[in-house]
Design a protein around this ligand. Sequence first.
Ligand SMILES: NC(=O)C1=CN([C@@H]2O[C@H](COP(=O)(O)OP(=O)(O)OC[C@H]3O[C@@H](n4cnc5c(N)ncnc54)[C@H](O)[C@@H]3O)[C@@H](O)[C@H]2O)[C@@H](O)CC1
Ligand SMILES: Nc1ncnc2c1ncn2[C@@H]1O[C@H](COP(=O)(O)OP(=O)(O)O)[C@@H](O)[C@H]1O
Ligand SMILES: [K+]
Length: 483
Amino acid sequence: MRTAYDVETVRTAERALMARLPEGALMQRAAAGLAAACADLLGKVYGSRIALLVGSGDNGGDALYAGARLARRGAGVTALLLSPDRAHASGLAALRSAGGTVLGAEADASTGIVGRADLVVDGIVGIGGKGGLRPRAAQLATAAAASDGLTVAVDLPSGVDADTGTVHGEAVRADATVTFGAYKPGLLVDPARAHAGALRLIDIGLELPPGRAELTALQHDDVAALLPEPAGESDKYRRGVVGVVAGSARYPGAAVLAVAGALRGGAGAVRYVGPAAQAVLSRFPETLVSAGPPAGAGRVQAWVIGPGLGDDASGLADVLSADVPVLIDADGLRLADAKTVRARTAPTVMTPHAGEAAALLGVERGRVEAERLASVRELAERYAATVLLKGSTTLIAPPPGDGDSSPTRVNPTGTPWLATAGSGDVLSGLTGSLLAAGLAPADAAATGAYLHGLAARHAADGAPVSAQDVAAAIPAVWRDVRG
Ligand SMILES: NC(=O)C1=CN([C@@H]2O[C@H](COP(=O)(O)OP(=O)(O)OC[C@H]3O[C@@H](n4cnc5c(N)ncnc54)[C@H](O)[C@@H]3O)[C@@H](O)[C@H]2O)[C@@H](O)CC1
Ligand SMILES: Nc1ncnc2c1ncn2[C@@H]1O[C@H](COP(=O)(O)OP(=O)(O)O)[C@@H](O)[C@H]1O
Ligand SMILES: [K+]
């Protein structure tokens, strides 16, 4: 599991550790890790040209000390100082005595040092950054973007918000980020994540309380432990039955795709209720179909409602009053009333994309995309539901009061190839099936998103995919995760 902590928690852990260590020891650990990562990226340190972008805080100190280490290995290192009189004094001394050059940031305009560097080290700001980059810092970020060399961010790409993943104006775009002690939420959530490049975590000895994590990302082992597996005494009912209320005369395909996802999600049977039964049966004869209403369809352990429903709200009351987990997607999100959802006693999972989330929150889509973490948490609170916000970073927020041990999850497996019509329908069926198989709501949502993202990568393999391809690839990635 990857775990991210907010700045306040990291600072507290740093203080506790610093009190036990000699002065400067922590920064030396950070700088050693940073220098090693830079050397890996460069391949050959001797003779390389390195530009350090140095702000006035400890982030700049890390860059200066790492620069000194690289200068001692034969690199030509130049530091560009944003505030010469406030730059980290002992870091500066170390760089100078290792043979590095120190200039004011304005020197870049006349010398073009950043543009010609093999490696640009962004030590402008780290977790002490506030708001958007100030104009001179922003100029350096622009110069780094235009450089021929690679850019490594120290702790965080300067200009992104560590706690929220928002980006205010110009920010450094790194090829890699070397972060210290713990991942910060902004490194895992877009739009900031897209600025971070490849992540490398350096252990500097911080002890972080697991219960204070802001964000977790499941990895193979975590997901493998959650996947349902039939036991010897299983039958189709014990494995769970998922009911799917989806599709319409206009959108029969949404029903087919939701059922396609559901059939691969571990439930023992899939019931389909709605007007697209012929389309579903011709593609998946194993589906149990009925014309409705949902209450008359027979027993189910979880419902999925919404994909391709159009304006048909007729099944909604039955489904929302059922005492089993319900996943609401697509048109269902628009049709469901917040009060009814809040009043449910069994769990509810909602799966909006940014546009749907914006409509539910009454804000512009752009705001949801800029503030994904705040948006998903706000929806989870409003609806007292587990909310899975889809998109370039898929986030899963549990309802408030779900226990401190349940932080927001971020899915690490997505791919932009998933942005294809109908892939969300596959995800809702898949996740509903995992709910029916007995996974807790946040686990079902995180596992569904994980498998769905991996399936898209597997199916795409560098080429466009359709939603059907994604569904068909689920068994292969399930096997892969089980290892
Ligand atoms: N505290 C510790 O024990 C350790 C800290 N480390 C480093 O220290 C960093 C934190 O250092 P600081 O607390 O000094 O803070 P930073 O160096 O991140 O930033 C503070 C400085 O940046 C300036 N600044 C803030 N917002 C700005 C903006 N929008 N535009 C331009 N300049 C801005 C401030 O004036 C201040 O001088 C970490 O990110 C990490 O890189 C590491 O050395 C590991 C150990
Ligand atoms: N840029 C992106 N990067 C990664 N995944 C994406 C991106 N854009 C969309 N997705 C994923 O693609 C799927 C699209 O779902 P959705 O928007 O509901 O489409 P549809 O309604 O056509 O099924 C979601 O799983 C979402 O997370
Ligand atoms: K930085």
